[in-house]
Design a protein around this ligand. Structure first.
Ligand SMILES: [Zn+2]
Length: 441
């Protein structure tokens, strides 16, 4: 049997630094001219600031442009129906529209032209291949209501794998696909494998016997927490890799390779990613350890191109060089601005708290629940955290002290830790909810 190639798109995934700069700059200049010609929102936004087509020749010029906020897109959609004033093509060229409910309840519409659809598929395929998905895999997709799920399904088919749509909340159908059809590679939220372990325990199913070879997880931070990843890998005898996309920008454009040191950027030619200081807005140099907010700029989008879109995703750069040969820098997602808490002046993300607590597995299970008494981000210390202890936790009082000390050392806040029995905190099939709000909104 012929061996699978190492990359989905060797040329675009292994560009040298100079080649990458040239590819991104050429695409940006072209896209910017297109945007200034076709998008009423951006034409107005940039012209008002005296920015013309000639000002943006390459990615180094991006910092001249103001950011695009999510709220601007909502307003743009409200005033320019159907696809917003930022839209840059007539509806007759649009072949698909996704909607997101968003946290505010007002739907955002995301349209794709024929060409946009191919661009989305291409970067999703690079991400999937990086995460280890191969044509011989059989892939059930348990994220039916996920608004961009259809684009994943199409990419799975294009990669050559076998797609089995099962939808969310249909664990029985998923188990059927595994048992009857040999489904063995699962694309899901980071919470789902834990839900599946719990489900199998309840049903008396041996997780090892299922034959699952891989999980490709995303949609929420946490898929790369080492001890939690190991729990899933040990339970199923499978590998866990993380992926990420952005509904407004591209379905998927990040993927973790076999070296498991963060997700590589694989969106060259389709999108440009910057990291900024979320407070000052200053662009940060991409190097190991740098932390900030991700900003995306479309490089090849016809329907709704976005310029310097603020994602609210906070990431940390884990590496800029990798033995796999991919040259895109790698990141881990630390959390979202919307989830951020400020305790005694220090920024803390719920996912970071879970990360720290999980380092004590198996003394704890890794499940936590933070309760807050007033609206975020401000949290009055001590922070109340319920933590599931493990099956053989030893002395509970010692463990409570150990956890509180660890949190104070690593995240610099004082915690009021309450240990609870394993399995007593809620399990989420879709995305984990780590914060419980004990107040009326
Ligand atoms: Zn790599």
């Amino acid at each position: 049997m012929k061996e699978d190639p190492k990359y989905w798109n060797e040329k675009m995934e292994t560009l040298s630094r100079d080649e990458f700069h040239a590819v991104q700059s050429k695409a940006l200049a072209k896209e910017f001219a297109y945007v200034m010609e076709n998008s009423p929102f951006y034409k107005e936004k940039f012209s008002h600031r005296g920015i013309g087509v000639e000002d943006i020749k390459g990615v180094d010029d991006l910092r001249k442009l103001p950011f695009t906020e999510k709220q601007e897109l909502r307003d743009s959609l409200a005033f320019g129906k159907p696809l917003g004033r930022h839209g840059a093509t007539p509806m007759e060229n649009v072949i698909r529209v996704y909607s997101t409910s968003g946290t505010t309840g007002v739907p955002t519409y995301i349209g794709l032209t024929k060409k946009d659809r191919l661009v989305w598929r291409e970067t999703a395929n690079r991400s999937m291949w990086t995460c280890g998905m191969r044509p011989q895999h059989i892939v059930p997709l348990p994220i039916g209501t996920f608004f961009i799920a259809a684009s994943y399904g199409e990419a799975i088919e294009n990669l050559g794998s076998t797609l089995i749509p099962v939808g969310v909340g249909a664990t029985d159908r998923l188990m059927g696909a595994i048992k009857n059809l040999g489904a063995n590679f699962i694309l899901s939220t980071a919470s789902f494998p834990f839900y599946l372990i719990h489900y199998c325990e309840k049903m008396g199913i041996d997780t090892q016997s299922l034959g699952i070879k891989g999980f490709m997880v995303g949609g929420e931070p946490g898929g790369s927490i080492p001890k939690l990843r190991k729990q899933v890998e040990d339970a199923f005898g499978a590998v866990v890799r993380e992926t990420m996309g952005n509904g407004d920008m591209l379905g998927l454009m990040w993927g973790e390779c076999e070296n498991k040191n963060g997700m590589h950027f694989v969106g060259a030619g389709a999108c440009h990613a910057e990291i900024i200081d979320p407070v000052t807005g200053e662009t940060l140099k991409i190097q190991k350890g740098v932390e900030g907010e991700l900003i995306y700029t479309s490089l090849d989008r016809e329907c709704q191109p976005l310029m310097r879109f603020r994602t609210r995703d906070h990431v940390v750069v884990t590496q800029t060089k990798c033995a796999c040969g991919r040259t895109g820098f790698s990141i881990k997602c630390v959390g979202r601005t919307d989830d951020m808490m400020i305790v005694s002046g220090v920024n803390v993300y719920p996912s970071a708290i879970r990360d720290v607590i999980s380092s004590l597995v198996p003394e704890v299970t890794g499940e936590i629940l933070i309760s807050v008494n007033s609206p975020l981000p401000s949290v009055k210390p001590p922070m109340k955290i319920k933590v599931e202890h493990g099956v053989n936790p030893g002395n509970l009082e010692d463990l409570t002290i150990k956890l509180a000390t660890l949190l104070r050392e690593k995240l610099i806040f004082s915690a009021d830790v309450e240990l609870v029995k394993p399995g007593s905190l809620p399990k989420y099939e879709y995305k984990a909810q780590l914060v419980q709000k004990n107040y009326k909104e």
